[in-house]
Write a protein that binds this ligand. Sequence first.
Ligand SMILES: CC(C)(COP(=O)(O)OP(=O)(O)OC[C@H]1O[C@@H](n2cnc3c(N)ncnc32)[C@H](O)[C@@H]1OP(=O)(O)O)[C@@H](O)C(=O)NCCC(=O)NCCS
Length: 128
Amino acid sequence: MDFWSSIPGIGLGRGDDRRALEMFIARNPGTCLVMRENGMLAGTVMAGFDGRRGYIYHLAVHPQYQGQGYGQALLEKVITELENLGAQKIHLFVFSHNHQAIEFYRRLGWRERNDIQVMSWETSQTTG
Ligand SMILES: CC(C)(COP(=O)(O)OP(=O)(O)OC[C@H]1O[C@@H](n2cnc3c(N)ncnc32)[C@H](O)[C@@H]1OP(=O)(O)O)[C@@H](O)C(=O)NCCC(=O)NCCS
């Protein structure tokens, strides 16, 4: 949480408290990855497979290590893990003002969808 809070572009919200994260990791143990450099957290990615699609969240590289291929390495690793689970298509959400991340994903071959509007429902469920 401290790591993500320090990185612009990562949106934290419901589902990012400790208990919710533990639940997510327990359900998706092979697709929640961290990268360490000299014992320090350098990058993260969390992904889940729902039996149909893969979803990627919180791909983040510490500013000190950005631009050195770490983000690409994390993304490629998590894509491989999702493929191994059977995912045929993978989606992710990026803030539309996060041009840095959008350019990164474009560079790596991801394509924007202009035919889909994301809609959300807030449930009464709490995990904290
Ligand atoms: C987006 C992010 C994960 C990229 O990680 P990174 O380690 O800096 O990126 P990499 O070094 O692996 O870059 C991989 C490729 O993308 C390119 N790239 C990276 N950022 C780019 C940018 N802003 N514009 C154009 N190309 C970019 C790199 O040049 C590289 O291509 P190359 O090998 O041909 O030179 C990182 O910048 C980050 O953590 N940003 C803040 C958090 C965030 O917004 N995450 C996305 C949430 S959806």
